[in-house]
Design a protein around this ligand. Structure first.
Ligand code: IPM
Ligand code: MN
Length: 349
């Protein structure tokens, strides 16, 4: 029995989460586990009516669950930053979800914007540090509002924080067992404090993993390789900011936001799984948004909870639907409604 805290959130979040839960129910029946889900209304709507984002007692409540399943956070009537920091980042930081795991996998080459790339060519995973770096919120203004104003934003990297992320990446790479190659993506040529620490830690930890081939790429070059030679990558480990940027590019080469899922993972605690596409206000309520990213996130959640067979079956069902049914992965262009796509996955399952 798994207790799932469900946060549908804003915009198209509730529509895609509904399909994810439908698929989870089917998987639970087939693979013999039970799910008890409880809905939480955190998001822009609640903020606008009650002025609340996410309070400390909410975090304590969420700690009681096996996992969190999140739709999307972001509302057109709320100033950017309030919900992101007040809800999404607060969840990640308070629950110490120090890994952001983003598989980049192409399921149908017809939906890839890159020429001549097969499904085998685009199959890698980004391990993004999810608790430090530029996201720490450290910095200050000096002489704010004057001509001499200075804004300082600090990238905060602790040896412990970096090392636990690297260790997770090495372990993940070993367990994945594909090419057993781990690439550190950084900027050692310019950011000489942060990336000096990352590089030293990477080299030291690598000694404990002689079976893993290591590699290094600057972040700018990484974006070039994503487009030119994505087949070079197996697992990539990087900091919070670079990971944020390269995983949006990763989503595009795997077919777009409609299929991109991610996990915010605390290996010893409560993890949270989400489609990474956001709340997509312009498609809200129309039944045209692609639920596959949310369904893939549900699959990642089951994998993380140890239901590996169910997770694999969900992924295989998504592959079949993406290969044989959908006309496109884009909202409004799938040839099916949001709930029909959910039904297709359930049928295959
Ligand atoms: C992501 C998002 C978030 C981030 C935003 C919404 C705070 O872009 O999950 O990648 O920057 O991490
Ligand atoms: Mn992002």
């Amino acid at each position: 029995m798994y207790k799932i805290a469900v946060i549908p959130g804003d915009g198209t979040g509730p529509e895609v989460i509904r399909e994810g839960l439908k698929v989870l129910d089917a998987a639970a029946k087939k693979y013999g586990f039970a799910l008890e889900s409880k809905l939480f209304d955190f998001g822009g709507g609640r903020y606008l009516t009650r002025g609340e984002v996410l309070e400390d007692n909410d975090i304590e409540e969420l700690r009681k669950y096996s996992a969190i399943y999140l739709g999307a956070i972001g509302h057109p009537e709320v100033k950017p930053g309030i919900l992101e920091t007040g809800i999404l980042l607060k969840l990640r930081f308070s629950l110490d979800q120090y890994i952001n795991l983003r598989p980049i996998k192409l399921y149908n080459p017809a939906f890839c914007p890159l020429k001549d790339k097969s499904a085998q060519d685009i199959d890698f995973v980004v391990v993004r540090e999810n608790s430090e770096g530029l996201y720490k919120g450290m910095g200050e203004f000096r002489d704010k509002g004057t001509k001499d104003e200075v804004a300082i934003q600090i990238s905060y990297n602790t040896r412990k924080g970096v090392e636990r992320c690297l260790r997770y990446a090495f372990e993940y790479c070993r367990k994945r067992g594909r090419r057993k190659k781990l690439t550190l993506c950084g900027k050692t040529n310019v950011l000489t404090y942060a990336w000096d620490l990352w590089e030293r830690a990477f080299k030291e930890v690598s000694l404990e993993y002689p079976d893993i081939t290591t590699d290094y790429a600057h972040v700018d070059a990484t974006t070039m390789w994503f487009v030119k030679n994505p087949e070079w990558f197996d697992v990539i480990v990087t900091d919070n900011m670079f990971g944020d940027i390269i995983t949006d590019l990763g989503a595009m080469i795997q077919g777009g936001m409609g299929i991109a899922a991610g996990g915010n993972i605390n290996p010893q605690g409560v993890s949270m799984f989400e489609p990474i596409g956001g709340s997509a206000p312009k498609y809200t309520g129309q039944g045209v948004i692609n639920p596959l990213a949310a369904i893939c996130a549900a699959g990642m959640m089951m994998d993380n909870l140890g239901e590996t067979k169910a997770a694999r079956a969900i992924e295989e069902a998504v592959v079949k639907v993406v290969t044989h049914k959908l006309k496109s992965l884009g909202a409004g262009k799938m040839g099916y409604t949001t709930s029909e796509v959910g039904d297709l996955v359930v049928d295959v399952l």
